[in-house]
Design a protein around this ligand. Sequence first.
Ligand SMILES: Nc1ncnc2c1ncn2[C@@H]1O[C@H](COP(=O)(O)OP(=O)(O)OP(=O)(O)O)[C@@H](O)[C@H]1O
Ligand SMILES: [Mg+2]
Length: 311
Amino acid sequence: MKKNILVVGLNAVIQKTIILPFFKEDAVIRANRYRVDAAGKATNVCRVLTQLGQNTACLTPVGIPNRQEFMDLAKSDNLTIIPVKNPVRIRNCYTLISQETGSATEVIVDEPELIEPQVETETLQIFTQALKESDVLIITGSKAKGFSEKIIPEMVKHAKEKGIIVFADYRGADLKNSFYSKQIRPDYIKINQDELKLTFPEFFKDLNQNHLEKSLDSLVKEYGNTYIITNGDQDTIYSSPDESGRCIPKMVKAINHVGCGDTFLAGLVDGILKRQTLKVSIDTAGNLAAKNALSLRPGDIWQAQDDKMNV
Ligand SMILES: Nc1ncnc2c1ncn2[C@@H]1O[C@H](COP(=O)(O)OP(=O)(O)OP(=O)(O)O)[C@@H](O)[C@H]1O
Ligand SMILES: [Mg+2]
């Protein structure tokens, strides 16, 4: 039977991907075309899992002022959103793609207001309810300003106490504090090498890669869980109680790399739920991320292109 997957992201985005003939500072540049998408890491992961045919819902705070726009965009991609209403606008991100060089520059515009404490309480209530229907939990991305340091570790604890499989793609104190014991901790941690460095700086005392692999093995021994560490075009290093090794990504010339990590995570979850080995799941996840790199829509294996012409 198909599993129900709950993706949680505490920072949604309305993302405009803008195609420019060239990119230059101190210049007036007229865009050729653009597209707008419901985005943010959790939404991107939810979109790819939905495209892969998985039963997926995305729990995310949606600010009332631009909530309708986000919900309409999500609906147009057939996404199931579990919204937590709050007064702070959903933030905007802009991806500026230069046709001249192929570069993609991402501009993140966080809202200045803080999420109120009662939104955190409501988020946890809605989360507890949604978890009753879920077999798998994915927590991904940063949290909007105002959420406390406690919310993410609490979600992990709650899910693990119910025996739910937890995937983590977030970093820093949120991640470190999610390790309670050999039973209460995320089952799979998919982060990139920089995020690993920020979360576990002690691993990087010695820059030798073997040292990194040994440190991962010691975490596996202590917590009995699995680590998948991507590094852009460099090898993905993985370590689990059953297998460890490296996978070499097959890179393509990206038209928009935004969402590659999210697509990789969705592919990894899909592979693991289909009982593929970790290595096969990582290779498949990498191939899906390559498809995303060829799409203008962030977190997309159907390779959507522009939808608005600026004439
Ligand atoms: N241009 C590309 N072509 C093919 N595969 C790619 C490309 N860019 C990324 N990937 C794949 O995506 C995986 C994840 O990329 P990366 O390590 O950049 O993730 P990330 O840092 O988590 O990204 P994000 O910023 O989206 O969270 C890589 O290991 C690789 O397999
Ligand atoms: Mg990432």
